[in-house]
Design a protein around this ligand. Structure first.
Ligand SMILES: *Cc1c(COP(=O)(O)O)cnc(C)c1O
Length: 409
């Protein structure tokens, strides 16, 4: 009998580009919600909203089913429907454009900085000039970074544009404004509304979930209506008095009023139980994401020109959702697909964020070709490396070394 074969070294677990961190107390919080009286909208929804508003320093936060629903609610609350035009940077997830478009708005795509993927003030100016008059801009804090929001707000103010920040990547990101004030993404200092997503790959998760932060009480009320069929139960908002009130002026207890038809975009108490528990961990998750990103920065720095992290501004303190690098695949003599396949064979997941939305089949057919060279250049080089709080520093090292080896550095 031959000796038993030596055990193969244990393969490292597959590293996805992003994933959730769920701990025992998160699970306990969800179980407690399941034992409660409410499964859908109950007290935990309001508690999560208050905690989120506090965390991003906003006056109001309205939670909902997912980030796409949040974008759609933002479009509805700002009356961005048929006959309106919304400017959207081309490097984003589809939903930034599709949500206002599904509310009836037409989309004009803006270019981005080829080094960061973020829309620059001049990109907004150019999109505005070509739009024949736009009504809003949905700006995107790509990867969790943040562009020149003050200059963008200045252009928007002059042109009467509403600003919705798509901050689905950027929960926790802060920046120093030019007057020295510390700002948080979501505080709406330079926007009307800010949208978040709590999909499992995002910085905190509700399973599925989203939210909009707002400063204006009437807009917050419109967001609540947009979450719940476009109807109201608030007697102060009732317009059809003979149906809403009895002869003595008392509100009829069964009554609700349809303001404009809407969808059911509600979030559940079960989701919000998880959300409250996860949000309490945001400082820890943020610190961990920052430490992991700093480790990547250090390990990738020697690779030079052919591989650079997506550019970030020094005034911004991002909580990165994605660690995006820009690679000159041509100079390396390998296609991006091949690099992704070789990394995957070593248990390393990567993804491309994003194929420019102006090139997506539907939008290309609807609006024809657009000339957005910054978006094309960013797309040609971008690759998202694994980044999530439960990764180890050894994981970051393994990814960085594998990437350097595969690219021949
Ligand atoms: C995730 C994401 C969305 C959509 O959020 P869901 O919760 O998945 O619907 C929208 N915009 C951006 C930039 C995103 O990353």
């Amino acid at each position: 009998m031959s000796a038993p074969a030596p055990k193969a070294p244990k393969a490292a677990p597959f590293l996805p580009y992003g994933r959730q961190v769920i701990e025992e107390d998160d699970i306990a919080a969800v179980c407690e919600a399941l034992r409660g009286d409410f499964l859908t909208t109950g007290p935990l929804v309001g508690r999560f909203e208050a905690a989120l508003a506090g965390a991003v320093r906003a006056r109001h936060a309205v939670a909902c089913a997912n980030g796409t629903a949040a974008l759609h609610m933002a479009a509805r609350a700002l009356a961005l429907g048929p006959g309106t035009t919304v400017i959207v940077p081309s490097i984003t997830f589809l939903a930034t454009a599709s949500a206002p478009h599904m509310n009836g708005a037409e989309i004009v795509f803006a270019d981005v900085d080829p080094r960061s993927g973020l829309m620059r003030p001049q990109d907004l100016e150019r999109a505005l000039a070509g739009s024949g008059g736009a009504d809003a801009v949905f700006n995107v804090h790509l990867n969790g970074a943040c562009g020149e929001v003050e200059e963008i707000a200045e252009i928007a103010r002059k042109s009467g544009l509403k600003i919705v920040d798509d901050a689905c990547h950027a929960l926790g990101t802060g920046y120093a404004a030019s007057d020295g004030t510390d700002r948080l993404v979501g505080d709406n200092a330079y926007s009307d509304l800010t949208v978040f997503s709590f999909h499992p790959v995002k910085t905190i998760t509700l399973g599925e979930g989203g939210a909009v932060s707002a400063e204006d009480a009437a807009i917050a009320a419109a967001l609540l209506r947009a979450r719940n069929h476009g109807m109201t139960r608030d007697p102060d908002e009732f317009a059809v008095e003979e149906a809403a009130f009895d002869a003595a002026g008392r509100v009829n207890p069964w009554y609700y009023e349809l303001v404009e038809p809407g969808f059911n975009w509600r979030v559940t108490d079960i989701q919000c139980a998880l959300g409250i528990s996860q949000l309490a961990k945001l400082p820890r998750f943020a610190a961990r994401r920052r430490a992991l990103a700093a480790a990547y920065d250090t390990l990738l720095a020697p690779y030079g020109e052919r591989l650079v992290p997506a550019a970030r501004r020094s005034s911004v303190s991002p909580v990165l959702h994605l660690y995006a690098v820009l690679i000159d695949f041509e100079a390396c003599g390998l296609s991006r697909g091949e690099v992704m396949r070789r990394l995957s064979a070593e248990g390393i997941g990567t993804q491309v964020h994003y194929f420019p939305v102006h090139r997506q089949r539907y939008y290309a057919e609807r609006y024809g070709a657009c000339d957005l060279p910054g978006a094309d250049s960013y797309y040609a080089r971008v690759l998202s490396l694994p980044l999530f709080p439960s990764m180890s520093m050894e994981d970051v090292e393994r990814v960085s070394l594998a990437l350097g080896r595969i690219l021949g550095f």
